[in-house]
Design a protein around this ligand. Structure first.
Ligand code: FAD
Length: 290
């Protein structure tokens, strides 16, 4: 059972900001509730007030603007999974959503809620990092935008201040011809992954360009594999390049051992997944002008 809390249905973003400010750091935004409610019931968090944002108008849209996709705070997983803009412009995200939880959770859970929850084995934080995401926040003190690289601070910890809410998240749409790969391994479909890798790259003159590689489940938070990206930039993506990339990736991750898998197993697994994701991305990429 939860500890006592007050409940406020916010009418606007400004109203939500007022309630959060008045709560002095002990308020929590309620979006889909799929992670927050279990945590409250287990008393892992004890907010004094829940600020329900589900009835704020205008937060449930996905829009494409200047090569970037903007997902509002009430975009549910199911909408992200089925949206035509996501499918056409960010196919790697469209594919990743197939691995997220189960139908009932997808009906309620939100993209922004998942990113704010920052589970190290959740798909959306990793995709936000892969796609150079920007979190738009609002509070009684004003608005700001936080880059994904600065947003994730640790397991279930973000740079979000207690009085702030995320109103939308912006991610890159893939450029024409870009290739992508996504691999994940979970014990059962819909479970949190033991490890996952996502890749985006372009192909110019037979060489890989603008390579992006992100992992999850193999560290305290999702991570961009900077050494792997640098090593593959300009490479021919042949066996030698891929073997080298896998070695670098295994050296860069810092998985934990837990009930589900040992750290060694996770490190081995993420390398195998990376090799497949890189090869898939390369084969999907089409030659574009330099
Ligand atoms: P909530 O539960 O409402 O909130 C989560 C946290 O984020 C809270 O701290 C809340 O205050 C904060 N928050 C939410 N929205 C905002 C906002 N706009 N601004 C500021 N703070 C905010 N997720 C996966 O990615 N992959 C999975 O495979 C997966 N499997 C699952 C399986 C089960 C059985 C369950 C119950 C959940 C699973 N999830 C999985 C988690 C699911 O995706 C959640 O919906 C998601 O993590 C949180 O989104 P939410 O909208 O429900 O947020």
């Amino acid at each position: 059972k939860p500890a006592r809390f007050d409940y406020v249905r916010a009418e606007t973003v400004a109203h939500a900001g007022e309630i959060l400010a008045a709560a002095g750091g002990d308020g929590k935004v309620l979006a889909g509730g799929q992670s927050l409610m279990p945590m409250i019931n287990f008393r892992l968090v004890k907010p004094t007030v829940l600020v329900d944002i589900n009835h704020i108008a205008g937060l449930d849209t996905i829009a494409l603007d200047g090569g970037r996709l903007r997902l509002g705070a009430l975009v549910r997983h199911r909408m992200t999974a089925e949206d035509g803009l996501v499918k056409a412009h960010v196919p790697v995200l469209h594919h990743a959503m197939k691995h997220v939880a189960h139908l009932t959770v997808r009906n309620r859970g939100t993209f922004c809620g998942s990113v704010c929850h920052a589970d190290p084995a959740a798909e959306m934080p990793m995709m936000t990092l892969l796609l150079d995401g920007l979190m738009h926040t609002a509070s009684s003190r004003g608005t700001r935008a936080v880059a994904a690289r600065d947003f994730f601070v640790g397991s279930l910890v973000t740079a979000l201040e207690p009085h702030e809410m995320v109103t939308a998240i912006e991610i890159d749409a893939l450029p024409p011809g870009a290739g992508w790969g996504f691999e994940e391994f979970a014990r059962r479909h819909g479970d949190y992954a033991l490890a996952s890798v996502a890749v985006v790259l372009e192909r110019q003159g037979g060489h890989a360009r603008n390579v992006r590689v992100a992992t999850m489940g193999v560290g305290e938070m999702p991570a961009r594999m900077d050494t792997v990206e640098a090593a593959l930039e300009g490479s021919a993506m042949d066996d030698r390049a891929l073997d080298g990339a896998v070695d670098l990736l295994r050296a860069a991750v810092a998985p934990n051992s837990d009930l589900n898998a040992s750290a060694d197993y996770r490190r081995h697994l993420v390398g195998a997944l990376a090799r497949r994701a890189l090869a898939d991305a390369w084969s999907r990429a089409t030659e574009t002008a330099q």
